[in-house]
Design a protein around this ligand. Structure first.
Ligand SMILES: [Mn+2]
Length: 375
């Protein structure tokens, strides 16, 4: 019987999103719970044997008890086994570990917190587990060292490693203090599959049947430096130890940054049309508008953008790259007859192809004027 695994990590429940206004921050925090609930439901629909959280279920070791109990309760609807690995954000703190003690008390019998680096078994799945839980926030030593020399029980058909940390060549870990791991030692440990966490991007990009190391990516993006969708893996480990990997798209919210280059109000309206799609209600959007417009159209850009604000969960517009298109009339109004500025700008405006040069010259002259006024 093949082993079916729903694999996620890095949900960071309890992340506060404090850079956002409180109403938005509240929705984003709630979205993480909604994403967990929908992943558990999907894992159930797909009849997964295992639901695996590869670390950082929680954002810190100090999240509220209420939040921990709520999270633990969500797993009760899953009929398979749940494996939770403590990551470097929700690491095991030791004897007085409130976080995982509370979690275990409120999670059902089918939920295992893999908080000890030792082999354990799930007999009904013929499965041996080799976990590498984090015991602190930072470390230059991965916790996987013991696994290579651990005896591999002949009684289990499947051997799974679970670890949390950076991976050589995949993620920037400049200080090397995020439990840095390398491909070769993991592969030579003799396991069938490594279920990882920590890196918020999915890996491998195009999985082959004999890839052994999987990062699911974060299931719920957390900001504008994480502008991809949420992801997870649904992995089928065959009796022949081949792996079939299905990409799962997850996540309640998205952070998207788009640039709209326009030269008329019509182009702006055309470009904004697609945002009427209801899916943008779950999007926090950075919209960058650039280009040049005649003055009377330029003044309409603000109202046009204000009109689409409700299409998004939140909209930030950046229009500093948008300029008024200069005409000989505009130039005459602004600069005195016979001045150097007027002569230069007129010269440039006569040539259609020098429009960009004209805009640059105009901006430069204006900035010099402003600079002069200040001094
Ligand atoms: Mn992490």
């Amino acid at each position: 019987m093949a082993l079916k695994i729903f694999h996620t990590a890095d949900l960071h429940l309890g992340l506060t999103h404090s850079k956002h206004p409180s109403e938005i921050a509240g929705k984003l925090a709630e979205g993480r719970f909604e994403t967990l609930a929908s992943m558990i439901a999907l894992a159930g629909e797909k009849r997964a044997d295992l639901f695996v959280m590869g670390g950082d279920l929680f954002d810190t070791t100090r999240v509220s008890k209420k939040l921990v109990i709520r999270a633990a309760g969500l797993f009760s609807s899953f009929e398979g086994q749940v494996l939770i690995l403590p990551g470097n954000h929700d690491y095991v703190t030791g004897e007085d570990d409130d976080l995982w003690k509370t979690f275990k008390e409120h999670a059902g019998d089918r939920v295992r917190v893999l908080d000890t680096p030792e082999v354990s078994f799930i007999e009904e799945l013929s499965l041996a587990l080799y976990p590498a839980p984090c015991r602190k926030r930072h470390s230059s030593e991965p916790v996987t060292g013991w696994i290579a020399s651990a005896p591999k029980s002949k009684d289990a058909r499947y051997h799974l490693g679970l670890a949390h940390g950076s991976f050589e060549g995949l993620s920037p870990d400049l200080a090397g203090d995020h439990f840095p791991m390398k491909k070769e030692p993991l592969l030579s440990a003799g396991l069938d599959l490594w279920l990882m966490g920590h890196i918020h991007l999915q890996f491998p990009k195009t999985p082959g049947a004999y890839d052994r190391i999987f990062y699911p990516g974060t299931p719920e993006p957390d900001g504008f430096d994480c502008r991809h969708e949420g992801t997870a893996w649904f992995l089928t480990l065959g009796e022949d130890k081949s792996i079939q990997a299905e990409r799962i798209s997850t996540g309640r919210y998205r952070f998207i940054r788009e640039e709209l280059a326009i030269n008329s109000l019509d182009e702006l309206r055309e470009g904004l049309k697609k945002y009427s799609d209801p899916s943008y209600q779950q999007v926090l959007m950075d919209l960058i508008v650039t280009g040049t417009l005649p003055r009377e159209q330029f003044d309409q850009v603000g109202p046009e953008l204000a009109r689409i604000a409700d299409s998004f969960m939140s909209l930030r517009t950046l229009t500093s790259g948008l300029e008024i298109r200069l005409t000989p009339d505009e130039i005459r109004k602004e600069f005195p007859e016979g001045s150097f500025a007027l002569r230069l700008l007129n010269l440039l405006s006569e040539k259609e192809q020098d429009h960009e040069a004209l805009q640059i010259a105009y901006q430069t002259i204006r900035s010099l004027k402003t600079g002069g006024a200040k001094s």
